[in-house]
Design a protein around this ligand. Structure first.
Ligand SMILES: [Cu+2]
Length: 271
């Protein structure tokens, strides 16, 4: 699939505070275009062309910053910056850390302080060698549960198993950045040391759900059952959310453990 540039140019008007409380108002009348030298997982160069309303390249377009996000929750954003453009074109080294849909936001700060923002979508292919990472190659058919757990007790708690009626397979995973690739790796258990807080969050540790029994739609919920090494069982209600926006007021205390910030990312069941 080719890059689809969203032709909506959002102009952010910066209120320049000049001297004695006077405000200056002006808009950045520029066009941004973006293309990628490579659309497979790994390093790439993003070319960002800046032109004026008549399509003429801007000789001094200012400074550019880029932010790449996967179109689903679960990955840390990739950031890049460029200060110099040649004939209105920025060459920005960038990295696709995973296959799937990406949205790259370009934010241009013109020399006069005006800011222009546009977003661009890319479909990035996983390499065949990553076939064993089926949940990253097919992000739609798996989900991940994130949560925060605090151990207020005097001894460590080790969670050794997890299960849910919502998925055939549940595993503890962590995301490892290995050279140019971010990949997920299974870990045996989830240990919460006495007195400590452990965060399962996008881009880090998570509880992977695969073989979904049904679609996980935003607004729905699933029940996750965790079991500790000593036989303690913790049953948690996990809401399905597009993304965790801010803090959730959802703490539940069970024995020595306090669970909060619980959510699962939406996904579609496989065929
Ligand atoms: Cu995973």
């Amino acid at each position: 699939m080719t890059a689809v540039a969203r032709r909506i140019l959002i102009l952010v008007i910066v209120l320049a505070l000049a001297g004695c409380r006077q405000q200056q108002l002006s808009s950045a009348d520029v066009r941004l275009e973006m293309s990628a030298s490579d659309k497979r997982v790994g390093e790439t160069t993003l070319l960002v062309r800046v032109s004026d309303r008549d399509g003429k390249p801007l000789s001094d377009p200012g400074a550019l910053s880029l932010r790449g996000d996967m179109d689903h929750a679960g990955m840390t954003p990739v950031l890049a910056e460029a200060e110099r453009a040649l004939d209105g074109v920025f060459n920005v080294p960038f990295e696709w850390t995973m296959g799937g849909g990406w949205i790259v936001e370009a934010r241009l700060t013109l020399p006069n302080g005006d800011v222009a923002v546009d977003t661009f979508e890319f479909e990035i292919l996983s390499q065949a060698a990553e076939a064993d990472m089926d949940h990253s190659a097919m992000p739609g058919e798996s989900s991940a549960v994130y949560l925060r757990v605090r151990n207020s007790g005097a001894s460590d708690v080790t969670i050794v198993s997890a299960s849910t009626a919502a998925a055939a397979e549940v595993a503890f995973h962590r995301t490892v950045v290995d050279g140019e690739m971010a990949r997920m790796e299974a870990v045996d258990n989830l240990r919460i040391p006495a007195g400590e807080t452990v965060d399962l969050a996008p881009g880090g540790r998570h509880i992977m759900l695969s073989g979904l029994a049904a679609d996980l739609a935003p607004g729905s919920a699933l029940t996750l059952r965790l079991e500790s090494e000593s036989g303690e069982v913790y049953e948690l209600e996990i809401p399905v959310l597009n993304m965790l926006m801010g803090e959730l007021d959802d703490a539940v205390e069970m024995d020595d453990l306090v669970f909060s910030q619980r959510w699962a990312r939406p996904a579609q069941a496989g065929l």
